[in-house]
Design a protein. Structure first.
Length: 133
């Protein structure tokens, strides 16, 4: 779990490398009570691999995609999922097993609006496919 302060503008946060990512869950919340406050803290979320954009989502579009993809009536305020395996097929997970040995970086880039007491928590949903453990 990575917590980023809601500082105005674009902010890059390094992510762990060396495994398989199923998804990244983003939660925006108030530092005072850890409750989601609004869907206005993040403007955009990106996943960068060695500085190049792998996924790039306006926040509200990512939420709308999550809602439509998962066939949900509503989506909780302050949450969105960047899904690397939308069909549930393990072959489509984000494979970072070679990243550390090859010097490849993995970062999230958050474009933030927000008060100083707002935060974004990034929860990595990692997986180890059978045969690798």
């Amino acid at each position: 779990t990575l917590v980023a302060e809601a500082v105005e503008g674009a902010r890059k946060e390094p992510l762990n490398r060396g495994g398989f990512y199923r998804a990244l869950l983003f939660k925006t919340y108030s530092e005072t009570n850890e409750r989601p406050v609004a869907d206005t803290i993040l403007n955009n979320v990106k996943l960068l691999v060695s500085g190049n954009s792998k996924q790039d989502w306006p926040w509200l579009e990512l939420k709308a995609y999550n809602k439509a993809r998962k066939k949900l009536q509503t989506l909780p305020t302050g949450y969105a999922l960047m899904d690397f395996c939308p069909q549930g097929v393990p072959d489509t997970m984000l494979d970072t097993t070679e990243f550390t040995t090859n010097g490849i970086t993995l970062e999230s880039e958050l474009n933030v609006n927000g008060a100083a007491n707002n935060r974004t928590r990034i929860i990595a949903m990692e997986s180890v496919p059978a045969g690798l453990w």
